[in-house]
Design a protein around this ligand. Structure first.
Ligand code: 5CA
Length: 461
């Protein structure tokens, strides 16, 4: 049997090009750390390659997004990145999008484009296949690369030109049903971000080029956020819906959404100090990073692209639609902005690239090597995600690198400890260190609180 070695790696063999120097082009922590920790490399302005460590985090985030979309009843499909210009002419957005759209001509002189979003394409797919109200409601999503030729790509993956997005599209018979679809996504978003260890605040938002008259942005607070935000402080302690939330119970969903929209929360586009009802003492005025954005736009696309179904009385009606985005690649940077210290990242366990970093303090020492090999094999066989730093490097270098890449647990094996039969277990988030026997440490890491998927992630899953 060929063993999958991707979850248990040796540093000497792993492609992890860390940097000692801080790259001068990076202005914010997440960008600096992602370059220094060997997670990404820029290939052109606003376009990045994801190296193995960064790719693992991207995939973990993607999987949480997927699980919560599926839980809410949305169905995954995959649409292409390249679309036809004709389709966008039908909706009128081919010209509206302007220079942000990357336009391409194929060998037959046909005009194509690299999709910045997918309202047109999904509406066409729906229109071709669904003809009756009996097939509603539907919510279809994909997780796919997008391209927007941003004027100022910056802050690494936070505002890229090529970026990875989850975009979902809902189809309903009437505005009331459309509102239920909107609420489902709203609730799914609260759960999704909480599972990544983030505190998110939904805010009323402008609809911009997507259109429509109801929209919420989901923001996390961080000093480096691009938007100024103003909200009631009560948002910081609101309870997130549990995993068992019933997505078929429209009344319960509406209640949750009402609770999460009851108090004032606006980004700078919408905030008006004169109209803000929150007393100064209760108002949080901060900066935020937009990690998700949901829209309800009724028949804007369905009417133009012919997405009509026969209603219960036989009449033809254009379906009511919404679209729901999450910035999957942006989230990698956003989580770092929210979870770091001077030494590097502090990954929430649910998105950490590996759960355990095994540090051999004296590579080449027979006892240390044997103990590490033994621990590494046992963690691997227990299905833990582990990176073994087996380099012939000074302890200081290994510690600094481990703190930089931010794995939740560091298991440190040194000659002195081994003589008295102990290893050291360090928690990256709290900094707490404990001396334990190898067996006790392994028990903790395999079925204690450090077992994969616990911590912030599990709490809400
Ligand atoms: N079609 C709708 C919803 S599916 C849409 O495109 N919405 S959006 O424009 O608000 O984008 C959705 C999310 O993608 C944003 O909330 C943000 O998190 C992310 N995003 C948007 N532009 C970029 C960018 N240039 N770089 C990284 N992430 C981005």
């Amino acid at each position: 049997m060929i063993q999958d070695t991707s979850n248990a790696v040796r540093r000497t063999r792993y492609f992890l090009p860390t940097l000692k120097e801080t790259p001068s082009e990076a202005q914010i922590v997440s960008h600096r750390v992602m370059l220094r920790a060997g997670m990404i490399r820029q290939s052109a302005a606003g376009i990045y390659s994801w190296l193995p460590l960064g790719f693992r985090v991207l995939k973990k985030i993607e999987q949480i997004v997927r699980e919560e979309q599926n839980r809410s009843g949305a169905q995954e499909l995959l649409m292409p990145t390249i679309q036809s210009a004709d389709l966008w002419r039908q909706s009128g957005r081919y010209d509206d999008y302007g220079k942000e759209m990357l336009r391409i001509t194929d060998r037959h002189e046909r005009e194509m484009l690299y999709g910045p979003t997918n309202e047109e394409l999904i509406t066409q797919i729906f229109a071709d296949e669904v003809k009756s109200y009996r097939d509603l409601p539907k919510n279809l999503y994909h997780i796919q690369w997008k391209f927007r030729d941003e004027v100022r790509p910056r802050f690494g993956v936070m505002r890229g030109r090529e970026f990875y997005m989850k975009d979902a599209y809902s189809f309903d018979l009437n505005p009331e049903a459309g509102r239920i679809a909107y609420n489902k996504m709203f609730v799914a978003y609260l759960r999704t971000f909480a599972r990544m260890g983030l505190k998110v605040i939904p805010m009323r938002a402008e609809t911009g080029p997507i259109g429509g008259d109801m929209s919420h942005e989901f923001l996390i607070l961080a000093d480096t956020g691009e938007s100024a935000v103003f909200c009631h402080k009560s948002y910081l302690d609101l309870a997130v819906p549990a995993a068992g939330v019933d997505y078929e119970d429209a009344v319960a969903l509406a209640k949750i959404v009402a609770g999460w929209t009851a108090e004032y929360a606006m980004t700078d586009d919408m905030h008006d100090p004169a109209l803000c009802p929150v007393p100064a003492d209760d108002l949080v005025s901060a900066r935020g990073i937009e990690v998700g954005h949901i829209f309800f736009f009724g028949t804007k696309y369905s009417a133009k692209l012919g997405a009509r179904v026969a209603g219960p009385g036989g009449e033809e009606v254009a379906v009511e639609m919404g679209s729901y985005g999450i910035g999957v690649s942006r989230l990698v940077g956003a989580i770092i902005e929210a979870c770091h210290d001077d030494a590097g990242v502090i990954w929430p366990e649910s998105v950490a690239p590996f759960q355990v970093g095994l540090v051999n303090l004296r590579q080449g020492d027979a006892d240390c090597d044997a103990a590490c090999e033994n621990i590494f094999a046992r963690l691997r066989d227990a299905g833990r995600e582990v990176m073994y730093d087996d380099r012939d490097e000074r302890a200081g270098v290994k510690f600094a690198d481990m703190d930089l890449i931010g794995l939740p647990w560091q298991l440190v094996v040194g000659p002195r400890g081994l003589k008295s039969g102990v290893v050291e277990l360090k928690n990256r988030a709290s900094g707490a260190r404990e001396e334990l026997s190898i067996d006790a440490a392994l028990t903790r890491l395999t079925d204690g609180p450090a077992a994969a998927g616990t911590g912030a992630g599990r709490a809400a899953s």
